[in-house]
Design a protein around this ligand. Structure first.
Ligand code: GLA
Length: 386
């Protein structure tokens, strides 16, 4: 939907008013490398992508917020004068509800608003649609109320929403990337202190291809929380000997000697390996050595699949498929796993041939259809000119 279509959909839904209509956009995110270590003090390398969610928004004179989405039937109504609680039946609405609840708790004075969301980002596909909706809601509500936005503080607030209101113990990576992403750059983010370097993501003739497995990430949240517990167990085992703060700071010898349980040992190995791959990938990217960058992606996928066990048959089939094409130089699952997407660095001249091949390969091994997106790396959340 373009701007004019969105505006007319908004007016059809909410009618006319004296107040002006404003437009905001938040991107989705793809993590190039460094998964499941943003809660272990590791380095991660996400990018903000051109698929995302637009909010069309207009002030109201009362304390009611109405939220609608172009692709969802449910309307969410929030009364700012009442407490906002998580509601099983509200589905996607819990993300904006959680953010508004936390903004209120931070004592920010908010006015009522009518909002229409429109997404080009596949929902629940591991491209951070939930963090996108959170950051978008927070940013547009604050801007609408003439509040100064500190994007890092907003990212932290939205992470807290996810942890406390939604109940997923996620790290900071998604919210950070969506709030602070930079066009044409990968973010080299240190999750232990939130220092971030923006590194030009110059891949010359190679394109970032995103492939959606179309496997719903249903169990993902509970498995995610369980992995966090396992990492904590690993950390505590090592802390009995050495007071490290984060699991990514462990040494291999410590993992071997101090952790008894084999499964926990594997989780810890992933954290340490993955952190090293990100650092190697960063150096490779700075040196323009895409071959090594791709090798780091491959190694990262194997670690996520074998040691961290968050890949699935479908994701592995996609990675194998895209990687077996001649013009792909690296591929891995991206994000939390258990469904969702895979990324590959593929030569631009072979994009279509690669898609065709992978689509057939995927169908043959899983009887499922994959979706493909080629995206640009874009800036984080922002207001769009009307
Ligand atoms: C989810 C979480 C992130 C991160 C990734 C895995 O996307 O929201 O914080 O842990 O999984 O890297």
């Amino acid at each position: 939907m373009d701007h004019a279509e969105l505006t007319s959909a908004f007016l059809k839904l909410y009618g006319k008013s004296e107040q002006s209509i404003r437009y905001f956009f938040a991107p989705g995110r793809v993590n190039l490398i460094g998964d499941h270590i943003d809660y272990n003090g590791g380095m991660v390398m996400p990018v903000a992508i051109s698929l995302g969610i637009t909010a069309v928004i207009r002030k109201r004179d009362d304390q009611t917020i109405r939220l609608n989405s172009t692709d969802r039937a449910t309307q969410i109504i929030i009364d700012l004068e009442n407490d906002i609680k998580f509601d099983e039946n509200a589905g996607w609405g819990n993300y904006p509800m959680g953010v508004i609840n936390h903004l209120k708790a931070a004592k920010l004075a908010l006015c009522g608003a009518d909002v229409l969301f429109h997404s080009t980002l596949p929902i629940g596909a591991g491209l951070s649609s939930s963090a996108c909706l959170e950051i978008l809601t927070g940013y547009s509500m604050m801007k609408l109320n003439d509040l100064k936005v500190d994007k890092l503080a907003l990212a932290l607030l939205c992470q807290e929403v996810e942890n406390k209101f939604i109940g997923v113990q996620c790290g900071i990576m998604d919210q950070f990337a969506i709030a602070l992403g930079k066009k044409g750059h990968a973010m080299y983010l240190n999750s232990s202190n939130l220092e971030c370097e923006h590194i030009p993501f110059e891949t010359e003739d190679y394109k970032l291809l995103i492939i959606n497995s179309n496997v719903a990430r249903e169990l993902a949240d509970s498995i995610y929380n369980f992995r966090r517990k396992q990492c904590l167990a690993a950390l505590q085992a090592i802390q009995q000997e050495r007071p490290i703060k984060f699991l990514c700071d462990a040494k291999f010898s410590e993992i071997e000697e101090l952790i008894e349980d084999d499964e926990i040992k594997s989780r810890a190995k992933h954290a340490v390996w993955e952190n090293q791959y990100v650092q190697e990938a960063k150096e490779a990217l700075e040196e323009g050595d895409l071959k090594t960058f791709g090798e780091c992606m491959d190694a990262s996928h194997l670690s996520l699949a074998n040691d961290y066990e968050v890949s699935t048959k479908e994701l592995d089939v996609l990675v194998d498929g895209v990687r077996s094409t001649e013009d792909c130089i690296g591929a891995r699952m991206t994000g939390a796993g258990f469904g969702g997407c895979v990324i590959g660095l593929v030569h631009k001249d072979s994009l279509q041939a690669t898609k065709d091949y992978v689509a057939n390969h995927y169908k043959m091994y899983t009887q499922m259809e994959a979706d493909f997106y080629d995206c640009e790396v874009v800036d984080g959340v922002r207001e769009l000119l009307s």
